[in-house]
Design a protein around this ligand. Structure first.
Ligand SMILES: Nc1ncnc2c1ncn2[C@@H]1O[C@H](COP(=O)(O)OP(=O)(O)OP(=O)(O)O)[C@@H](O)[C@H]1O
Ligand SMILES: [Mg+2]
Length: 242
């Protein structure tokens, strides 16, 4: 089976800063890949390139059958196929949880109000928030808001989910709620790439771990590499994280 994501030797600079220096990896359908590494190592930039929120200077990216450099790229279809969730939830404060979730299916997929509402209720249940549809973001905890943000992505029925440090702003208890939702998604077969500082979570849930250092894939392997780092850089990184 061909991979759902193929990142081939991509390079990206911002001005003189070479942020990605020949990054390559592939992601199999249904697998969970955790990207770890120090601040500034290029994790977010790599993730953003996969959703074409950033363009690359060289190399090649293929995602869910889309060739990202192709002049014929259907950006709308790419954005339907790939869901992305960030540390900040970015919910609209004047819309309820349910209305936030209904927005993209209504606008992008042209779903009827009743179909979009039914889908919203389904995905809210999936993230354990069946009761919270009528609530405004200000009435929800940070962890609940983040779960609404995840539900909003799921409502578009993506083939691939990208998570960029989605629990970094949350206290430990709320972090646990959000990680459980992600773990359930993984168990249900969702393909996921997640940038995370949660080493225990990565160890337990990820099929593969990518350690980035100075814009390069420094180590890549099964999550057991966290217990047996091959390089001093990964050893230092894990040591500092404890
Ligand atoms: N839009 C931008 N313009 C200029 N420089 C940028 C931009 N985005 C990222 N960078 C720089 O690229 C480098 C890598 O940033 P990136 O956000 O990918 O790192 P990261 O590994 O996600 O770090 P963190 O763990 O802090 O989130 C950093 O030095 C950052 O300052
Ligand atoms: Mg980042």
């Amino acid at each position: 089976m061909s991979p759902i994501v193929e990142v081939d030797n991509i390079c990206k600079s911002f001005g003189v800063a070479k942020v990605l220096q020949g990054v390559s990896f592939t992601v199999r359908k249904g697998s969970v890949v955790a990207i770890i590494g120090q601040s500034g190592s290029g994790k977010s930039t790599a993730l953003r390139c996969i959703d074409r929120l950033e363009t690359i200077d060289s190399g090649r990216i293929r995602v869910c059958g889309h060739e990202l450099a192709s002049p014929g790229l259907d950006l709308n279809q790419l954005r339907r196929d790939v869901g992305i969730v960030f540390q900040s939830y970015n919910l609209f404060p004047h819309l309820t949880a349910e209305e936030n979730i209904m927005l993209a299916p209504r606008l992008v997929k042209r779903q009827s109000r009743s179909d979009a509402r039914e889908k919203a209720r389904h995905v809210l249940a999936q993230v354990g928030l069946s009761e919270k549809g009528p609530c405004y973001p200000s009435q929800l905890s940070g962890g609940q808001q983040q779960r609404v943000a995840i539900a909003r992505s799921l409502a578009m029925e993506p083939q691939l989910m990208l998570f960029d440090e989605v629990t970094s702003a949350l206290d430990p208890q709320l972090t646990g709620e959000v990680l459980r939702v992600m773990e359930n998604l993984a168990a249900a077969g969702m393909t996921m790439i997640l940038v995370t500082h949660e080493m225990a979570f990565a160890r337990r849930v990820a099929d593969e771990v990518i350690f980035m250092h100075q814009g390069r894939v420094w180590e890549h392997g099964p999550s057991s590499l966290l217990d047996n780092p091959a390089t001093a850089e990964l050893r230092d990184f894990i040591g500092n994280g404890l």
